[in-house]
Design a protein around this ligand. Structure first.
Ligand code: PMP
Length: 379
């Protein structure tokens, strides 16, 4: 199999599987329990917390573990229920749908702009926001059990970024980016599905999405997913040890750009939706449209040949509407319907590109011919 769908989910790293299997046996206890096995589990959770904090230049107390990026995104957006919420048009549905549900007209205002988009790989400029003082809102009134205010900085606006696709692919410094909140997911970096994290800067408004437990300092109820968090930690260790963003910038970029060049040269009617200039996009994503060939058909033909890609985003699979991201970028439904996303990981090689180019030109040619016949017959 030639797997080119890393942006949907990266296969778990071998050391992650090993660490999780060992954790299943060793770290079975409830991490909130005061006994020794409980402490053992909590220590491992805190180790992952420290690794993520180190990687993104945050404090460990500013990290909350969640069930994934969708939960992290929903948590931030719902914190600002009734407030003004502005998002980029390229956001993941977990931002767009939550924003639709909870937006209002009060201050403070939340800006949610992803740093790197999952469908195109595009790197976005984060907005310059007015962080002036502002005080009269119920959002700021949350108190801890001793009556002390939980929100210590009362600002007119706050900034959240979904860093799910950026983690491990480009260097991330939360402080340099000026973020108040940030979202992460383990399964995009070789960790398990169903584990994520949320960065919440000290002193900013926060409202738990899941209540009813004291876990995560009362910020997220529910028994800790120790095994999953250990897996996340093991994947983070690889990112930190290898500084994976460097290999993405060199080796993976070379593969991506080579595929782009060959597609443009060898397949009539092809056009790139990803701007592959350095700095404009992540190095591991390439989104391409093929005139008069439907994305889903291309995906199925390639799948039959053992080449795994996606159309738009996997989360929108089964949804026949054209991708909102491609519509926002191109305004052209035909371009959106005929798009394929190739996304690479550190295991891909030049042979994978050769394999794609052995098959893809024939697939596109066949589909373009069918489409010409269909167009002729409809006259
Ligand atoms: N945000 C972005 C940018 C993503 O790419 C994804 C995964 N497609 C998500 C959020 C959702 O992540 P999770 O599967 O961890 O909920």
């Amino acid at each position: 199999m030639t797997y080119l769908d890393y942006a949907a989910t990266a296969p778990m790293l071998p050391e992650v599987i090993e660490a999780m299997q060992a954790a299943e046996r060793r770290l079975f206890a409830n991490a909130s329990a005061l006994h020794t096995p409980g402490h053992l589990a909590m220590n491992e959770i805190d180790h992952t917390r420290e690794l993520l904090a180190k990687l993104i230049n945050a404090e460990p107390e500013e990290i909350i573990f969640t069930s994934g990026a969708s939960e992290s995104n929903n948590t931030v957006i719902r914190t600002f229920e009734g407030c003004q919420i502005e998002t980029s048009p390229l956001e993941h549905h977990s931002i767009i749908e939550a924003a639709k549900m909870y937006t209002g007209d009060k201050l403070p205002k939340l800006y949610s702009y992803m740093l790197a988009n999952n469908e195109l790989g595009e790197i976005l400029d984060l907005p310059d926001i007015d962080r002036g003082e502002y005080s009269s809102s119920g959002l700021f009134e949350a108190k801890n059990e001793w009556g002390k205010p939980l929100v210590t900085e009362r600002r007119k606006a706050y900034l959240h970024s979904d860093l799910t696709q950026a983690l491990g692919k480009i260097p991330i410094d939360i402080k340099a980016l000026g973020l108040d909140y940030a979202t992460f997911s383990a399964h995009k970096i070789g960790g398990p599905i169903g584990v994520g994290a949320l960065y919440v800067r000290k002193g900013v408004p926060f409202r738990p999405l899941i209540v009813g437990g004291n876990q995560e300092n009362k910020r997220r109820g529910g028994t800790y997913n120790t095994v999953g968090i250990v897996g996340f930690g093991t994947a983070l260790e690889r990112v930190l040890k290898d500084q994976t963003w460097k290999s993405y910038d060199t080796e993976v970029r070379r593969l991506r750009d080579h595929l782009a060049k060959r597609i443009l040269a060898e397949i009539p009617g092809s056009s790139l939706n990803t701007d592959i200039k350095s700095g404009a996009s992540l190095p591991n994503i390439l989104n391409v449209s093929f005139r008069a060939a439907e994305g889903e058909s291309i995906q199925l033909y390639l799948d039959a040949e053992g080449i795994i890609v996606s159309t738009g985003s996997a989360c929108a699979a089964g949804d026949t509407k054209p991708s909102h991201v491609l519509m926002a970028k191109t305004g052209d439904a035909e371009v959106a319907h005929s798009s394929i996303r190739f996304s690479f990981g550190l295991d891909n090689t030049m042979e994978d590109i050769d394999r794609v180019m052995d098959v893809l030109p024939g697939v596109i040619n066949r589909l373009q011919q069918i489409s010409t016949i269909a167009a002729d017959n409809s006259r």
